[in-house]
Design a binder for this molecule. Sequence first.
Ligand code: ZN
Length: 326
Amino acid sequence: MNKQIIENIMTDYNKKRLRASHDAELKREKLYAKLPRLAEIDKGLKLFSINLSKVFLSRPEDFDAQVKTLRQEIEELKRERETIYKKNNIPKDYLEIEYECTKCGDTGYTNDGKRCSCFNAQIINNLFQMSNMVNMLRKENFNTFDINVFSNENYKNEKLTPRQNMYSILGICEDFCNNFHTSNMNLLLYGGTGLGKTFMCNCIANELLNREISVLYQTSFSLFETVENHKFNKLNETEENRINYNMIFDCELLIIDDLGTEVSNSFTNAELFNIINERMITEKKTIISTNLSLEQIRDTYSDRITSRIFNNFVPLKFYGKDLRFK
Ligand SMILES: [Zn+2]
């Protein structure tokens, strides 16, 4: 789990609790201004335990009798308060702090020390937000994947028909998800446009996010933009950019979509190597999708990048007719 996400959520909880107690305090002040007798009663009730210890210290000999008197006073005050509440139609719990989540009082943890359901919901929410995929994922996941859009007729010199090929790719991608924590598989999705590469990336992301695995989705263009902002524009870097930059290295799965569409130069080459290499060292997984052929990848990127990719990524070739016009 990403540390930054947990920190953000805990900060949110703190804010919520502060706001809730501040709101309750304002309500109390208003109520007291309207009904000053309530202020006196509440003050009297608060003094109970102080008075109790005073009695015990000064006159321990008739402590019991004194306590009895005090208790009667307390009961009287409470009755009086109840009458005032009733007369003014004030609900009993009017001054209680109203937390957003009644189960955990906006602490994120229930009484038995377990993560509250609202905490888990926050995590998933944050992972989704951070993966930049919220809207896309509702539409594109393994359940909406339709294998029948792929032709079952032979395509050029390929041994498998596009549909058979997609069956095999689908199987590998599902394995990738099911064995996410035990394998050290990375994926290279390559082939022409409109053949379902991005769709497949979204299916994987959706599946893993549902399992609370942190996923960062970046197009190649936005990825290098993030890195550039972080390195060359530190003073004006936004909080979002900083989080995204850290996520490039910290998230459990990084998806780089459309590799090859960035402006390729020595800076992007060095940074790409750094990202792929760093993630391999820390055993984090990466998926690259690209319209480039394997030859073009070799021609575009430095040897050390291509050797990392060819040795550590499972290549999945997408082919067939462009589906976007169907
Ligand atoms: Zn809760």
